[in-house]
Design a protein around this ligand. Structure first.
Ligand code: MRU
Length: 380
């Protein structure tokens, strides 16, 4: 197998158009049919992209969140109250109006209001609020240092560029740490591995390279991967629409299966390891990930297949004690069934929680850990 990571497009980045900052994101709603990008200078468009899954995956929405705050800062910094225009024409967030750039406090308050709106766009992946917090820290640090709104906005632009670089670097380190685990497994079995994944935790879910698929790419580069089996991931179909598209582009042999086929595959001894991503990892090592992950973990436990989670440290939420405390996003029932028979209710949680006890190791850029040891190892 020859890997072609150069065939993978960058998921999200920032650029300037005549000096004006823009965010560029793949519109993942159009995949696999069409590879198109959303280009915008409007933070509201970025928030909408997060809400509607145009950009999705915990690390990618973290970058998008910080980028939305950055665009809002530029907008606020550039706003001026002139004849015939009221302050609220320029910025009215969360029902509050501010004289944006007119004074530092208005700018600070407006940015804070935008930040909370951005952070609330999706509740489960902690990377979103983590990245928004980093944006506010950068902005407030610059304001406290006496910088003007325009300079603060430039500092935020630099932060977003930095987050993108950081994310790819973290993913490559996750890949290396995960490949070491898969190397041991391949050695024990004496052959390359057949790996099952659920949802998309690939390059498309990050700035570039991916978490769970980052592990696959690093292992494949060493000849450790025979094939990836990708669950379709009902109801949104991240596996069917994104994972297999990405794997095919990268040159990794991939097979798509319906979610309810994984059990028979494992029962037949055709899976050697499971690797998935994470949206939030609680202090005790419980992991929230795409709905259906829990079922895969239970199956893997039953069939003695090692179940690995790959995620950056920014996904670890030490302030959340255990999985029961992780907020689970409920999405519109129409994703499950657009036209249910009259009187039928629809149930659509976007994530579930896999208990730490079912996870062989959590792989981060700081190395691989037993789930119960992760939080204390990272806090040290
Ligand atoms: O709802 P999504 O598509 O944003 O879900 C997030 C995910 O892609 C997964 O849960 C993934 O496995 C973790 S993010 C790398």
């Amino acid at each position: 197998m020859t890997l072609h990571l150069d065939n993978l497009p960058r998921t999200i980045y920032v650029e300037r158009e005549e000096g004006k900052p823009r965010v560029v994101m793949i519109d993942q709603r159009a995949l696999p049919g069409e590879l198109t990008w959303i280009r915008t200078a409007d933070w509201r468009v970025v928030v909408d992209a997060v809400k509607t899954l145009a950009v999705r995956g915990a690390p990618a929405i973290g970058v998008a969140g910080a980028a939305a705050v950055m665009l809002a800062a530029f907008e606020l910094a550039g706003s001026r109250v002139g004849p015939g225009r009221r302050a609220e024409d320029f910025c009215s967030f969360g029902g509050t109006s501010f004289l944006a750039a007119a004074d530092g406090w208005g700018f600070r308050g407006a940015l804070e209001a935008v930040a909370s709106e951005v952070a609330e766009a999706r509740p489960t992946a902690v990377n979103l609020s983590w990245a928004v917090r980093r944006a506010l820290q950068t902005a407030f640090g610059a304001l406290d240092g006496g910088q003007a709104a325009q300079e603060v906005s430039e500092a935020l632009y630099g932060l977003v560029e930095g987050l993108i670089v950081e994310d790819e670097a973290a993913n490559r380190r996750i890949g290396a740490a995960g490949a070491a685990l898969l190397r041991d497994r391949a050695r024990a079995l004496g052959r390359p591995l057949r790996i099952l994944t659920h949802c998309n935790a690939g390059s498309l879910a990050t700035a570039f390279y991916g978490t769970a698929l980052g592990v696959v790419y690093a292992a494949a580069a060493e000849g450790l991967v025979e094939r990836v089996w990708a669950d379709e991931t009902r109801p949104v179909g991240q596996g069917a629409r994104l994972t297999v598209w990405e794997l095919a582009r990268a040159g990794v042999p991939a097979t798509l299966l319906c979610d309810n086929m994984a059990a028979s595959l494992m029962a037949a001894g055709r899976i050697d390891a499971v690797v998935v991503g994470a949206d939030r990892i609680a202090a005790n090592g419980d992991v929230a990930n795409k709905i259906g992950t829990l079922g895969v973990a239970v199956l893997a436990h039953h069939f003695a297949v090692p179940f690995f989670v790959a995620a950056p440290v920014s996904t670890v939420d030490v302030a959340t004690a255990d999985g029961a405390a992780i907020p689970i996003e409920e999405r519109d029932g129409s994703e499950v069934c657009p036209h249910p028979p009259e009187g039928v209710a629809l149930y659509n949680p976007a994530f579930d929680v896999t208990p730490a006890s079912l996870i062989a190791a959590i792989v981060t850029e700081e190395g691989a850990f037993a789930p119960s040891a992760l939080a204390s190892a990272l806090v040290m």
